[in-house]
Design a protein around this ligand. Sequence first.
Ligand code: AMP
Length: 418
Amino acid sequence: MDIIRAPRGTRDILGDESWKWAYVTGICRNVADDYGYKEVHLPIFEHTELFCRGVGETTDVVEKEMYTFEDKGGRSITLRPELTASMVRSYLENEMYKGTQPAKLWSIGPMFRYERPQKGRYRQFVQLDIEALGAQDAYVDLEVIDFSMELYRRLGLSNLQVVLNSVGCPKCRPVYRKALQDFLKTRFDELCDTCKGRYDRNPLRILDCKSPICKEITENAPAVMEHLCDECKEHFEQLKNGLDRIGAVVKIDNRLVRGLDYYTKTAYEILSGDLGSQNAVCGGGRYDNLSEAIGGPHVPGVGFASGIERVVLTMEAQGCSFGKEPANKVYVVAAEPEVRMEIMNLVRTLRQNRISADMDYMGRSMKSQMKSAGNFAEYACIIGREELDKNIITLKDLKEGTQEELTLESIISKLKLQ
Ligand code: AMP
């Protein structure tokens, strides 16, 4: 019988990689603390309706990519494809609008989308999600974009590009939508099949199409910037000036319309030059109407989500540091098999003193225990009958090749200092 394999688009993050993840998520936490964002843990599954109404019925995510099933109580449940709708739901349900505004929240965890898997694109992937809810101010957009840039700065990433656009609001977007449809009308028959479907339902997404013919058709399409209402224009200017003031190099791209329907005003992405086709390390923007879409009052919000797989891939491609890989400080070697219980006790004592230690459990010879020590640890502690009788331990520095005989207490104080 063949072994059962993990489903397509999922992957196991094993020990040789998970320590890098711990480093990255540790930095995420540090930045969140410094920017005053509080961590929240949200359910992995929600009522399907939350995403249909929040993310938008005509988006790829809702139309094609959700993992939806009926639970045993006959409810339609969906594994979360993104976190923003859940964050807004939680904000409303927990009446966070009664607290200090904006509510600044963050979360990290797995998302699920039925996509075509490739490098940097998975069906289960981990997102860091940052949301500031309850404030209209363009400086909150600035803070959110600055948060993502600071995160990548601390992780040592380079060769990144911040791409910015405004997608307008319910006042000005219909005007732009109409202008775009009018422009596309004459060449409708040449659009790819997907974009023909988008023409009525979601024409802005045509700007985002990767097919060469759609790209060519939209090359001289009217720009959203020229159709923004005064409020959206002012918001964009304030954000752009703020970004200039903090020295952020930003490319304005009128084709940037994000895949999720809820965006209003600010839309942005940060692209990596080292990722190939799946090059967005983060995406986000403002979504002032999401709360109303899921049945709440008007709650403006802005945030971003960053894919941790892509961050780790970019860091690896750029040779960034992940800090120090956890390794055993000490490997305790039994010179004779009958001292194994004493060895076990020594390993426990070292661990209780926060000195990482390990030993052999396979009944190996002293020679192969020393080999393991060389592979896994900085020091070997060697104990046999003779050492036990004299109440000493031989401590061997495996890098230097030197060794000395010490008491347990002096070994602990020596190794704890390092
Ligand atoms: P989105 O929620 O689509 O705005 O995506 C935000 C970020 O999540 C992207 O910039 C990627 O870094 C990451 N991401 C989105 N979809 C996937 C996926 N299928 N696999 C891995 N990372 C993803």
